[in-house]
Ligand binder design. Structure first.
Ligand code: GRG
Length: 300
């Protein structure tokens, strides 16, 4: 496989990576508090699946979009933690033998490998209500809380994440054409990225136009993120990604459909488009611009 020449990181220097790390650390502390203490097997398994090595990029996107509107960091972090709980549930269920059947996640045995299959199902089942409980306790006006709850439930339901998973399992639709695969990955990956960015805007009482623009930015970043995920599955480094390579070789992926250079070209154009969309926010959107470059150039 020819090496993927990804672009140098124009704006993504140490300060950005430090900020990403700082936000991830803060989100981790919020998650520590939200999760029940490890006094039962179920609660131990929940903490095992949520805490640890996640990049927390979705939470970072909430933080960075809410930064555009001077939202208090504590609200943004709680919102980010809510999305990370949902993301963790989707990973636990996706790894199950009846789904993607993956033994390793974030550099350690996946939840069902460590705690058994039935516990892993219940971990996912318990993380969803915990996420909504967290959201419903957010210290914001009731109309904002309701908008966040409504949108999150739409995004993760049978017209969002779950629909994407059905397609991925080959239970619905087809993904032999590029457009079909794009729609599948839009549902499986994009919509949660889009919601993370829209959530920051909702917290910031942004206009409808700003909310739509930021959601579109998130969808495009999610698209490129997934393309790079497909590339890393074949050409990444196991130690850095925290999971075995080649897990998707039997699947139709962006890499198998486009080849490395076509994939890179498409991912770069999505990132370019995402950056254009946020340009009206000027310097305040530098974190978002760097997050887009990070999605493209990441090693894990
Ligand atoms: C409804 C069971 C169910 C699943 C929905 C979201 C999803 C579909 C499955 C999750 C598994 C998966 C491979 C999704 C694609 C998106 C993706 C690349 C996830 C990994 O995200 P990272 O790299 O993970 O941000 P970390 O570990 O950093 O949090």
């Amino acid at each position: 496989m020819e090496p993927l020449q990804r672009s140098p990181l124009p704006l993504m220097g140490e300060p950005f990576l430090d900020r990403l790390k700082d936000v991830a650390k803060d989100v981790e502390s919020v998650l520590e508090e939200i999760l029940p203490p490890p006094t039962t097997c179920l609660h131990q398994a929940m903490r095992y699946s949520v805490l640890g090595k996640g990049k927390r990029l979705r939470a970072f996107l909430v933080w960075a979009t809410s930064h555009l509107f001077d939202v208090s960091p504590s609200r943004a972090l709680k919102m980010g933690a809510t999305i990370e709980l949902i993301h963790a549930y989707s990973l636990v269920h996706d790894d199950l033998p009846c789904m993607d059947n993956a033994d390793v996640r974030r550099g350690k045995p996946s939840c069902h490998k460590a705690f058994g299959e039935s516990t892993a199902i219940l971990v996912g089942d318990a993380l969803i209500p915990l996420a909504f409980q967290t959201l419903s306790s957010l210290d914001v006006p009731p109309n904002i809380r309701l908008e966040l709850i409504t949108k999150l439930s739409q995004v993760i339901g049978s017209h969002g994440l779950v629909a994407g998973q059905m397609r991925d399992l080959g239970q619905e639709g087809s993904h032999h054409l590029f457009e079909d695969l794009l729609e599948l990955q839009h549902l499986k990956t994009g919509v949660l990225f889009g919601f993370a960015c829209e959530a920051g805007a909702i917290l910031g009482k942004a206009s409808l136009q700003e909310k739509n623009a930021l959601r579109t930015y998130g969808l495009l970043v999610g698209e490129a993120f997934q393309m790079i995920d497909d590339w890393l599955d074949e050409c990444g480094c196991e130690e850095t990604t925290g999971k075995p390579l080649g897990q998707d070789t039997s699947k139709i992926t962006f890499l198998s459909l486009l080849g490395p250079s076509g994939l890179l070209e498409k991912a770069q154009s999505s990132i370019q488009h995402a950056i254009e969309i946020i340009s009206p926010f000027q310097e305040r959107s530098n974190f978002l611009r760097n997050a887009a470059f990070f999605a493209l150039n990441r090693e894990r």
